[in-house]
Design a protein around this ligand. Structure first.
Ligand SMILES: Cc1ncc(COP(=O)(O)O)c(C=O)c1O
Length: 369
């Protein structure tokens, strides 16, 4: 079976982790600091703050941006649940808006109507490795005096023109094992705002700058030097890995038939954390790909407003037609750099044969007959 994801650990990761263990560098220390510096330079932004996960990065980025009790944050229901639960952690309330069916990302045209006097921030998600419409979102935020926290947990190295995901507003990344780069578990906040970075650092570590002097109630959401060591080995490989993902995606774009392939905006560098297609009779499609030896993933099978905690909070009756339709149509196929050219051919053959059997999806933009 060709798996949907396969983290790649080389001798560099092993050597750096081993040397951290030998040096007794176990908790947050020099390796974390080094990863922060290198990641900030990679994104092209002055500050990076490492965290224990992408969820922690979202949580701290929102708090450090001043989001709290009684506030509203505009985001999407077509995402991993952490984009929305991180808003709840702060005492604020997510206000969902629908997505653009072409890009799977927040529809900027819907954002302004969702803004109320309680709105404090916008949280666009750069899903599957394609940056959200960040220039448009920043313009709306500027007009209304709002913070922007980009969920860039799936878009390491993605860019619009020469600006990378994570360089607008406050960026948040996940280094979970399946991501384009990993630390095992881990996350990162990126920002040009020194105050946001400082506050995130304080909140990350018990509100403490000087040992055992606590300026505020904080958390322990630190990354360890062991995890940072994996990241230090992974980061230099990220550009080549993203290039390989893009090469595979280009073959899929050219050779897949009978499914809707991803639509990429002009000037956008998509890094294909996932290559997500839209298909007819999705559940049968997944079964037949499995029979043909191809693993798939559904990101995500239930939109956030239909997840139990959000139904309990009263979101269940809200309607987001694009999100709800795409939730039933999307399937991600393997696009990770561990695939051989022969694997890619196998995937293409399996998708095309299955689409022939199940019929093409009747839809608009991006459809291929
Ligand atoms: C879009 C999105 N947001 C947030 C997260 C949370 O990241 P983590 O799993 O590192 O907490 C993830 C990753 O799983 C994600 O894909």
């Amino acid at each position: 079976m060709i798996p949907i994801a396969r983290p790649q650990m080389g001798s560099e990761e092993k050597e750096l982790v081993w040397s951290a263990l030998e040096a007794g560098a176990l908790a947050q220390g020099r390796r974390v600091h080094e990863l922060e510096e290198r990641f900030a330079a990679f994104i092209g932004i002055p500050h990076a703050v490492a965290t224990s996960s992408g969820t922690a990065a979202l949580h701290l980025a929102l708090l450090a941006s001043g989001v709290g009790e009684g506030d509203e944050v505009v985001t999407v229901p077509f995402t991993f649940i952490a984009s929305a639960t991180a808003i709840l952690f702060t005492g604020a309330r997510p206000v969902f808006v629908d997505i653009d069916p072409a890009t799977f990302n927040i529809d900027p045209a819907l954002v302004e109507a969702a803004i109320t006097p309680r709105t404090k921030a916008i949280l666009p998600v750069s899903l599957y490795g394609q940056p959200a419409a960040m220039p448009e979102i920043m313009a709306i935020a500027d007009r209304h005096g709002l913070a922007v926290v980009e969920d860039a947990c799936q878009s390491h190295g993605a860019a619009i023109g020469d600006r990378k995901s994570g360089s607008w507003g406050v960026g948040t990344f996940s280094f979970y094992p399946t991501k384009n780069m990993t630390t095992g578990e881990g996350g990162m906040i990126t920002t040009a705002d020194a105050e946001v970075a400082e506050k995130a650092r304080l909140l990350r570590e018990h509100g403490m700058k000087v040992r055992y002097h606590h300026d505020m109630v904080g958390y322990n959401l630190r990354m360890s030097d062991i995890h940072a060591s994996i990241g230090l080995a992974q980061l230099p490989k990220l550009p080549a890995n993203n290039t390989r993902r893009r090469q595979i995606a280009a073959r899929y774009d050219a050779e897949l038939r009978g499914v809707v392939t991803p639509v990429v905006g002009a000037g956008v560098m998509h890094v294909y954390h996932q290559y997500t297609i839209r298909v007819n009779r999705r559940d049968e499609f997944v079964d037949r790909l499995r029979e043909r030896g191809v693993g798939t993933g559904i990101y995500y099978p239930i939109p956030v407003h239909h997840q139990k905690p959000f139904v309990a909070l009263g979101y269940g009756g809200q309607r987001f037609p694009v999100t709800e339709r795409l939730t039933d149509e999307v399937v991600s196929i393997p696009v990770h750099p561990a695939l051989s050219d022969a694997d890619v051919s196998t995937v293409i053959h399996a998708v095309n044969a299955t689409a022939d059997e199940l019929g093409a999806l009747a839809t608009g933009a991006g459809a291929r007959a």
